[in-house]
Design a protein around this ligand. Sequence first.
Ligand SMILES: *Cc1c(COP(=O)(O)O)cnc(C)c1O
Length: 353
Amino acid sequence: MSFDLNSLLRPHIAKLQPYTSARDEYTGKIGVFLDANENPYGSVTDQNFNRYPDPYQSDLKAEIAKIKVVKSSQIFLGNGSDEAIDLLFRAFCNPGKDNVILLPPTYGMYEVSASINDVEIRRVSLTEDFQLKPEKIIAATDENSKIIFVCSPNNPSGNKVKREEIQFLLKNFKGIVVVDEAYIDFNDEPSFTTELDEFPNLLVIQTFSKAWGLASLRLGMAFGSEEIIRILNRIKPPYNISGLTQDTVLAAIRNTKRVEKMIGEILQERDFLEEKLAQMPFIQHIFPSQANFLLVKMPHASDVYNELIEQKIIVRNRSKVLLCDDCLRISVGTRSENEAFLQALENVISKTV
Ligand SMILES: *Cc1c(COP(=O)(O)O)cnc(C)c1O
């Protein structure tokens, strides 16, 4: 299947003249800067934030390129990965005309972004064990289908999606296949970034919000061909990543040992939770997880959820979601948080049954 990025792009985006910031015209670091209407005295805080940050995030991208083994020119950074998702709609999907394919049950932001952008959603549900129906997905596409969103490991089910089936979509769809790898660090397979050279229509999304423990900073990543990345960069707000975020994440990347240690602990705690839940006769099913959460099926899940809230234990109620009847999604916590959850669950169960 031949892939023609230009024919996918919305015509007015192809013609867009991007904003050029003051810092595009002079990129030196030394000088008297009277070009951006900044406050020359500093900030009203202890730390100075008075200068606009690097709109290209060059230093940060150079470090990310090293750890992800891609080129800087293959990286887009967003204010959370949600920004990349939204920009994809704005670049490729003509409102009221084009459509995208979603594979429920999956991450909710694809649908929200589609709706904000007035883009038709075509849904092809996953199988009972949360795998793709590749032929059905391709059959649901037409000439106005621009993007298929695949989430692997999938949220809310936690499983990874079979690699060959994602590759089937990449080979047989002439639009963009997004592989959302928000939970890749908890998974035992290589990232799809290793297949970027093979598939020009692949866009991989990752985030610093989960394994890296930096959700509050809002830093998401998209990896793709230089052509796709160039388009996202042309339409993003120029200063979409704050200086504080750029500096903090740069420092964090130099401390990968800490991340690896935390991931190891989370995986251990996931096993602990799974083992303890499996011993509870009340629990009907624990879905296999390659993420930092477990999807768990039990009778009267909504009642259990409400009772847990009463005890200040907050989990995610997915019991009304397609294929997730009576399921709660539980993020892996620390040992003491997990024990508090398990204890509360025991209490609730003895009350509800
Ligand atoms: C948490 C999550 C994200 C992360 O979004 P950010 O905006 O980067 O915090 C993206 N995709 C999925 C599937 C998620 O669960």
